[in-house]
Every structure is written in C-alpha cells, then in structure tokens.
Write a protein that binds this ligand. Sequence first.
Ligand code: RIB
Length: 295
Amino acid sequence: MKVLNFGSLNIDYVYSVDHIVTKGETQSSFSRNVFSGGKGLNQSIALARADVAVYQAGMIGQDGLFLLDILKKEGVNVDFVQICDGASGHAIIQNSLDGENSILLYGGANQQMTKEYVDYVLSHFEIGDFLILQNEINELAYMIQKAHERGMVICLNPSPMNDIILQLPLELIDWWFFNEVEASQILNETTDVNKLVAGLKKKFPLAKVVLTLGEQGSVYIDQTQERRQKARAVKAVDTTAAGDTFTGYFLSAIFHQCTIEQALQQASDASAITVTRHGAAPSIPTMKELLTFEK
Ligand code: RIB
C-alpha cells in the first residue's frame, strides 16, 4: 500500500502579535518568522515523522524550492511535485500572546493543478493505496472521482471549509478529518458535540469520521462504534498545524495496524506537543519525541 498526499505547499509568514488584529485596526508585530507550511506539506511531514513513507504531490513556484529541500530532508518523496510559473502559495499568520492564530491564504501555485497533472500523478497509484487531501488546492472533485475509479482509499481534511467542499462528491470520501467548526458548518448545526457526532454519523453513513475538539479531545465515529479521547492539558503557545499533526499521526497509527483507541491517543498526544511550539511544520514532533512525552 502506498500513501499519496496531494496538497498545498506554503511559505508561512508568521507574525507575533499582542492580539489578532481587528477590523480597521493597525497593529505593530513583535517579530516575523518565515516557516514551511501548507496543510499538505504539514501533513506529509507529520506522516514522515510518524514513520510513514509518503509521496507528496502539488505545485510550487521558484520561490518555494526550499520547501522541497525540507520535505526531502524529512524523507518525503517529492518526485511528483511540479514547479510552475508564478509565486508559491503563502500564508500570513498572526500568532497572539494567548496562543490563538488567524490565517490568511494566498493560493498561488496551489491553485494551478490541471486535470492532466492529476492523471499523471494518479497513474502511479492503484487499488488500496491511500490519497490524502485538504482544501487548499484546486481540482479536488476531479482527484476524488479519478482516485475512486482507481480504487484508492480517500481521506479528506476539509480545511479550510468553504463552498468548494459542498460541491465535492462527498459520498466517495472514506475517511473524514473535521474540527468542530468544520463539522458544524457542513451540518448547519450548533457546536454541541453530541449533536455533531450524531449528525456526522447520519450524513456520512459509509465513512469513518474523526472529529477533533481542541482542549476537549477527539472522537472517532463509524456505524458500529464511537470512541472518545481526552486531550492532555498543555500550555498552548501556537495552535498552527495542530490539526495537521493529528491527521498525520492518526493515519500513521492506522497504517501500522493500531486500534482506533491507540490512533486517537497517539494523534492527540502528538498535537498536544505541536501546540506548545511555534510555527507549522517545525512544531510537529518526531516519533521519538512523542514516545518520550507519553512516558
Ligand atoms: O494548518 C496550518 C497551515 O494552514 C499553515 O501552515 C498555513 O500554511 C495554512 O495552510
């Protein structure tokens, strides 16, 4: 079984601020750091650090070549990443003193996927291989349709949630990774956890669904079982990439034949570490760090 992550590669410009800037306000930041990011890249790094061999596909501009070096250093296979004209995707991230963040995306190369490129990449994968997607690249509907025709197992983290997600062939998704805001948006529901769980179970009867709830932990739902996992109490300084870490570490546990309980525990602990550190990809723990944390 092979694992393909077809996703975004961003340059993250991270500004430390007192509070998230409000409408009409001008605020000076304390510092600016430039990190590798993008939900695609972050999830590939989480998978690689959790001992999964992963192929990354996606597009960058010349300014994003350093992202390839970072992925390669982590052991991610980047043979399918293409370099195109124009700028790479980037994110302007505000990180406030109380650990909150806000993210403004510029799609750039992440929005340059073509059907030909999708066909080329998918032609290297077959029945039983996994395809991992997020919502920061174009041509998602085509990818899902074509991957399904090839018999691939499709995982979707619908982040950031918007109307594009609602137009996708949602019934073809095998694994969902929601946070509670995304779940409440797709269900048109309040954020009451029990209602979300019941709503997801009803809306996606054939899928396996993972719902992350921040400090309240996480839940796994399918038609035969529901498992809840508490989150470890930690002092969060930056929540960026917590969800990406969760997805990567959860799937790694599944690929390594762990139980759902073990997968939730591993993913939850890994993202607890991530929020105690600054940045997106750089904050994702290695498996060695995770094992030390769990002792
Ligand atoms: O999930 C965090 C990521 O969201 C950041 O790295 C940023 O690039 C955006 O894609």
